[in-house]
Design a binder for this molecule. Structure first.
Ligand SMILES: NC(=O)c1ccc[n+]([C@@H]2O[C@H](COP(=O)([O-])OP(=O)(O)OC[C@H]3O[C@@H](n4cnc5c(N)ncnc54)[C@H](O)[C@@H]3O)[C@@H](O)[C@H]2O)c1
Length: 458
């Protein structure tokens, strides 16, 4: 399926799959093996299943629908009203499923790829099951709800080289963000001494302070509540507390403010500086937080080991709920307007500011400078189209699971682990996947799925 001219950016015509096919053909003394996918009916379109059709699922659907080489071949949602709304808004028709396990059990052969846009706690079981069925996956950020799940998906991906496995971080395709990555990689501001990232979440986006687990409301007839809970322990339905969207503040389902926005903001540090895992993380909890709910405001301090682009013991601090870094420490002029979601890199020769949608500013000695041409980025090509192309044998996924799992592990070490132990610096041994100085923290790296919801490998 040789269609690079369909993309608006120049891509390597040699992809993972065409390379493998070409190599196999050469070895066998045969000719080019043909397109990556040809179905029994002669169609060579990617047949996509959409799991989680409401909320972000709808957003993903709108963008992927513009790719000429896909066909939507199934909606799966535990809430019938979400499917109905999405169908109405997009005008799309497809088969409907309520339970993703049945979708795999009975219809796997009619689907090549899945978009997962469910709440965070169900990402890993669905993605792992899809990979075990040899399906391509586009899974929304953060990749998983637990550190152990992220590790498991990252490792599993290394054994599934033929699959296109992308975490949904569409902002990473913004030209400005790619330019910031180029600037960091080219050493434009020297070795990085510190990174400061922040978000306005939860703010008015959702409310962490809710009384989770404190009542019971009738389950709406369109909603399959037990299936919504999935791997999580059984609990009563409470209107407006979990579904839709409000689950983010509840530890059983969501991943807090950094879980929601970290993959979109500190990914620039991972791409640009080649970070892999911190040595330690400390949570300073300003307000709230229980075993049930995330704190209303946490500041996280990660320390990273030295690498070629950083000084030793580089810190990355995460601020949330509108908290901002100290401008002086970050080398930002007092009159510069900070966007509500951004990251700043403090280097030996200047400061690079990068808004999450990729509007960059460079400051040297507190004065704005031009970002030179060598940090320019290509025109934007939609992240989810990049994934479709990779499924069809063209190019690679920018946020592929092995990368996404490392980024997600770091994010989750802060929210799902450290925020339980305010003020305690947790020493992290990434190779052993273990907190070495505080045993209770290790119990929070994983969770046992509810009976009937276990997926092998997780
Ligand atoms: N990339 C982005 O910019 C972006 C933006 C928003 C959300 N997200 C991510 O997308 C995911 C969903 O967030 P949201 O705001 O749309 O949440 P939401 O609660 O509004 O929507 C989730 C949808 O998934 C459905 N669902 C729940 N459990 C399911 C299951 N087991 N099987 C099938 N469907 C199921 C729900 O019924 C609902 O329609 C989250 O992981 C979030 O972090 C990403």
């Amino acid at each position: 399926m040789n269609k690079p001219e369909r993309t608006s950016v120049s891509r390597s015509p040699i992809s993972r799959r065409t390379f493998l096919q070409g190599a196999a053909a050469t070895a066998a003394g045969a000719a080019w093996l043909g397109p990556a996918i040809v179905h029994a009916d002669g169609s060579d379109k990617l047949r996509v299943g959409v799991i989680g059709a409401g909320g972000r699922g709808y957003g993903n659907l709108k963008v992927i629908a513009e790719h000429p080489d896909i066909v939507i071949n199934g909606f799966c949602d535990v809430d019938q009203s979400a499917i109905d709304k999405t169908k109405k808004a997009t005008g799309m028709e497809s088969r409907e499923f309520r339970d993703f396990r049945k979708m795999f059990e009975t219809h796997a052969e009619t689907l090549d790829a899945f978009i997962i846009s469910t709440p965070d706690h169900m990402h890993a079981p669905i993605a792992m099951l899809a990979m075990q069925h040899d399906k391509h996956v586009y899974c929304e950020k953060p990749l998983t709800r637990t550190v152990a799940e992220a590790r498991a998906l990252g490792n599993a991906a290394l054994g599934k080289f033929e699959l296109a496995l992308q975490m949904g971080t569409q902002r990473s395709a913004r030209p400005g963000k790619r330019a910031a990555v180029n600037a960091l990689r080219s050493g434009k501001i020297g070795a990085i001494k510190s990174v400061h990232a922040w978000t306005d979440r939860p703010g008015g986006w959702w409310e962490n302070g809710k009384n989770y687990g404190g009542g019971e409301d009738p389950v709406p007839k369109e909603l399959m509540w037990d299936e919504w809970l999935g791997v999580a322990e059984k609990r009563a339905y409470q209107k407006g507390l979990y579904h839709p969207g409000a689950w983010r503040g509840c530890r059983d389902f969501g991943t807090g403010a950094i879980g929601d926005m970290g993959c979109d903001i500190i990914d620039t540090a991972f791409y640009g500086l080649g970070l892999t895992a911190p040595e330690s993380v400390t949570a300073d909890v300003a307000e709230g937080g229980t075993d049930q709910k995330y704190p209303d405001k946490t500041m996280l301090t990660y320390v990273f080991p030295k690498n070629a682009r950083t000084v030793g013991d580089m810190t990355l601090t995460w601020h949330e709920a509108g908290d901002l870094p100290d401008r002086g420490a970050a080398g930002i002029p007092a009159d510069f307007k900070l966007e509500p979601n951004a990251v700043v890199f403090v280097g030996e020769n200047g400061t690079l500011y990068c808004h999450m949608d990729g509007v960059n500013k460079l400051f040297v000695d507190g004065k704005p400078q031009d970002l030179a041409a060598n940090t320019a980025a290509p025109e934007e090509y939609p992240h989810i189209h990049e994934w479709v192309d990779a499924c069809l044998g063209f190019g690679e996924c920018y946020a592929a699971f092995p990368f996404a799992s490392r980024l997600t592990e770091t994010v989750l070490l802060g929210s799902t682990v450290a925020s339980h132990f305010p003020g305690k610096t947790l020493e992290w041994d990434t190779k052993a996947m273990k907190v070495t100085n505080h045993e209770p923290a290790n119990a929070l790296l994983s969770r046992t799925p509810r009976e009937g919801w276990a997926v092998e490998g997780l």
